[in-house]
Structures are given as structure tokens and as C-alpha cells.
Ligand binder design. Structure first.
Ligand SMILES: [Zn+2]
Length: 104
């Protein structure tokens, strides 16, 4: 998806777990991806190939660097929900990665 389109639609979600204030970020474009700005990681295919070939970062991380806080949708959870949230997120990412892999 083009970066301008992502910018317009405000697809970035910040998931805050309370009371620890631990954060996870996801971006929804064609699929939902896990983005981790602190280590410059994104779970999308574009990131994987660009990173692997030394060609920089994907559009999702570029977008995250450009936006400000009020363009991010914040969703609050409790710390007890962190593990199950992470489990579901990883499961979704893995399913998508496998599907993509099998189609190539
Ligand atoms: Zn990405």
C-alpha cells in the first residue's frame, strides 16, 4: 500500500497495557502487522525483503516516523491481557507469513 494512503487512513494502533504502560504497535493495511519502532522492526513482507537486501525499511516504519501522537489510535488493555494479545498477534502474523510463503 502506498505511504500516502496509509497516512490518510490512520491505520496505526497503539495498544497500551496498564498499569505497566507496556506498548505494542500494529498497523492495518492489507493485513495487520506488528511494528516495533524501538528496534525498527515490522512483521510485513516488505520489511523482510528490504532488510534482508540492505535496502532500508518498509513504508510502515517510514510512516511511523512521520506522524504525531494524535494520528495514532490508542487502545487500552490490562497487563493481564498482554500474553493473550501477543499470542493472537503472533498467530495471525505466522498464518499470514505461511500463506504468503505458500503462494510464492
Ligand atoms: Zn512494514
Amino acid at each position: 500500500m502506498k505511504i500516502e494512503k496509509l497516512f490518510k487512513k490512520r491505520y496505526i494502533k497503539e495498544h497500551i497495557f496498564l498499569p505497566s504502560k507496556r506498548r505494542l504497535y500494529t498497523i492495518v493495511s492489507n493485513e495487520e502487522y506488528w511494528i516495533e519502532p524501538n528496534i525498527n522492526f515490522c512483521s510485513c513482507k516488505g520489511y523482510y525483503f528490504k532488510h534482508k537486501n540492505g535496502k532500508g525499511i518498509c513504508n510502515h516504519l517510514k510512516l511511523l516516523a512521520l506522524i504525531n501522537d494524535n494520528m495514532i489510535e490508542t487502545v487500552k488493555f490490562t497487563d493481564e491481557e498482554y500474553n493473550i494479545f501477543l499470542y493472537i498477534l503472533i498467530k495471525d502474523i505466522t498464518r499470514y507469513a505461511l500463506k504468503t510463503h505458500l503462494n510464492n
